[in-house]
Design a protein around this ligand. Structure first.
Ligand code: G6P
Length: 613
């Protein structure tokens, strides 16, 4: 989704801003632009399409006062909401008097009434965006003090923003502010890099300040001041970003998604590190800390999330009910927040999010907190908004995820849910022996994942046979039912093939009508409590000419007789099977996208982190 990079310092600013934008490309966007303060005023350039188009449009032959060397500038990638992705709608937007420039993430909800007000005051507009309305509003209030004008404008605004603003007559000042859309200030040596995502900062510095909602900063070459948008000074702590530049580069892989699929053994080992004490036979979850008693006493769990994280939540529902014996519901965050949900005493809400910034998940979390729920975060991005707003939480520690299609975060989320369920279970009903058995199984997972990933080329060959089929079904039961949903989502997201994921038994209540000769149907068919029933479902598809692609347990000879293609996973206990069975489905989706020449890491219309409703 939209991205912001802004800079105050003395480096060559244009390449720096463009490089920063490229680091944010993975989040999804459809146009881009930048504004550099030069001696002769602002240089603003915008372009529809990729950053390379913007780069090509930039006139680097400018000399003298207009030379593109400045010590202040800002850039933006836009993901269209109000108005199509054209040059005119791209950011930065100037006010109608060309005094103030603005880049903005989020949505100005009352933009229509503000536009009417400003029009009546004689202002005019040249784009369809809500952002231009805010730029004009800031211009309307501007009387030589940009920070003041931003504050006055934000008082009138309903909605969300992460923004950066510059004024022609204050060439050494950058003003940034946030509400509901992340903004981070990187603090380097004699330089400041503001970005909506730490990925654009880490090559310059790992020291950062996270702005909270309703906070802003005024940044100048010599330093910066932070305050609320009501102008009350706030002192901010400087934090250390945990990941390195190397982690957000391709490292020899063709795509981030492939890199992240293959990183999973290591990522899961990192997620488990220090949390499984085999010697003492216990689970150690430092992030729960002071809340551990309340967590154990929880009488009901509500998991709220979106997309892949929601699928991980569905696995969590099995884990918390099966192991910890706590009634659990999984809610789409976008529905939960508007449904007048019932939160009784003893309700614990788990917000699951890779980015920690998903607008709906954040809103659902706030709704639950307002109603008195204990809130826990299962988040990957350290220091993200959800991580900071939950009472307690457990980080995934799987490293930054760049590919838009989430892979390693899904497995990390399941591992964390398992550990949480186990730590509750052990303090209630679970015997030490059962816990030990579980822990022995979980620490084997990274090596077992490696074995599954070795099948990548045969998965590619099978996928190639069905690559022209436009409809796929993914079916599973029990713990593997959410995996079927996730397999279908992966295929849709990056190869644009229509796929449906279902609990296998539901197929006969409608979707079976879709099956025609040659239709690929993927069964997650590992041995477990529902294996026999699943074999029945396979026969139902075969009888109608469907082609069976099975993900099955190693050593299961029978499945080879009924399935057209088989990918195997090593034996593990049933609750942990999703960590292995999802891998062939991730690879299947990846290979399908490559075979169809799709842009794997930047699929059309999608955003890595959806920070608008
Ligand atoms: C977007 C992404 C999905 C992701 C979902 C939730 O839709 O494209 O891959 O699963 O958001 O994101 P989160 O960061 O909250 O896990």
């Amino acid at each position: 989704m939209c991205g912001i990079v802004a800079y105050v310092g003395n480096k060559d600013i244009c390449p720096l801003l463009l490089e920063g934008l490229k680091r944010l490309e993975y989040r999804g966007y459809d146009s881009a632009g930048l504004c550099v303060g030069t001696k002769a005023g602002f240089y603003v350039k915008r372009a529809a399409g990729r950053i390379s188009v913007l780069e090509a449009a930039i006139d680097d032959k400018m000399h003298g006062d207009k030379a593109l060397v400045g010590n202040i500038g800002m850039a933006h990638t836009r993901w269209a909401t109000h108005g199509p992705p054209t040059e005119c709608n791209a950011h930065p937007h100037m006010d109608d008097q060309q005094r103030v420039a603005l880049v903005h993430n989020g949505i100005i909800e009352n933009f229509a009434s503000l536009k009417q007000f400003l029009t009546e005051k004689g202002h005019h507009f040249s784009s369809e965006t809500d952002t231009e309305v805010l730029a004009v509003l800031i211009g309307h209030f501007y009387q030589g003090d940009l920070a003041k004008a931003v504050q006055l404008a934000l008082r009138e605004v309903r909605g969300t923003y992460g923004l950066a603003a510059m004024a022609v007559s204050e060439p050494d000042t950058l003003v940034v502010a946030r509400r509901g859309s992340p903004l981070i200030i990187g603090v380097g040596k004699d330089e400041y890099i503001v970005a909506s995502d730490a990925a654009a900062i880490v090559e310059h510095t790992t020291q950062v300040v996270y702005l909270n909602d309703n906070e802003m900063a005024v940044i100048r070459p010599g330093g910066f001041k932070t305050m609320t948008t009501d102008d009350i000074p706030v002192t901010k702590a400087i934090n250390e970003v945990e990941f390195s530049l190397q982690q957000i580069e391709l490292g020899g892989y063709e795509h981030f998604m492939l890199k992240e699929i293959f990183e999973q053994p290591e990522a899961i080992a990192n997620c488990l590190r220090g949390r499984v004490d085999l010697h003492e036979g216990r689970v150690v979850l430092g992030g729960i800390g002071a809340y551990s008693r309340d967590v154990v006493r929880a009488r009901r769990i509500i998991i709220t999330a979106c997309g892949t994280a929601w699928h991980a939540g569905l696995v969590g529902e099995f884990l918390f009910e099966d192991l910890a014996k706590i009634p659990t519901e999984v809610e789409y965050a976008s529905e939960f927040r508007y449904r007048n949900p019932i939160i009784e005493e003893g309700t614990m809400v788990l917000a699951i999010s890779q980015s920690g910034e998903t607008a709906d998940t954040l809103a659902a979390l706030r709704e639950a907190k307002d109603r008195g729920a204990l809130s826990l975060g299962i988040v990957n991005a350290v220091g993200s908004t959800i991580a900071r707003e939950t009472d307690a939480g457990i980080y995934l520690h799987v490293g930054p995820e760049i590919g838009v299609a989430s892979t390693k975060a899904f497995c990390g989320q399941i591992v964390v849910e398992s550990l949480l369920a186990l730590s509750i279970a052990r303090r209630k009903y679970m015997s030490q022996n059962v816990l030990n058995e579980f822990l022995q199984a979980i620490i084997k997972i990274p090596d077992q994942m490696r074995k599954v990933l070795e099948q990548s080329s045969s998965i590619r060959d099978v996928t190639a046979q069905y690559i022209h089929r436009e409809n796929w079904l993914f079916l599973g039961r029990g713990y593997n039912y959410p995996v079927a949903l996730e397999g279908a989502l992966k295929l849709k997201e990056i190869s644009y093939i229509h796929a449906e994921g279902l609990p296998a038994a539901e197929m006969k209540h409608g979707p079976i009508a879709l099956i025609n000769p040659g239709m690929p149907v993927v069964f997650v068919a590992t041995r477990g409590s529902q294996y026999e029933k699943l074999l029945g479902n396979i026969q139902e598809v075969k009888a109608r000419g469907g082609k069976i692609i099975a993900v099955a347990s190693e050593g299961d000879d029978y499945i080879h007789r009924v399935a057209d293609h088989v990918f195997t996973v090593p034996e593990t206990i049933e609750p942990l099977q999703p960590l292995l069975t999802v891998l062939p489905l991730q690879l299947l989706a990846y290979h399908a996208a490559v075979l169809r020449n799709c842009n794997v890491d930047k699929p059309r219309n999608l955003a890595k982190s959806v920070t608008v409703e």
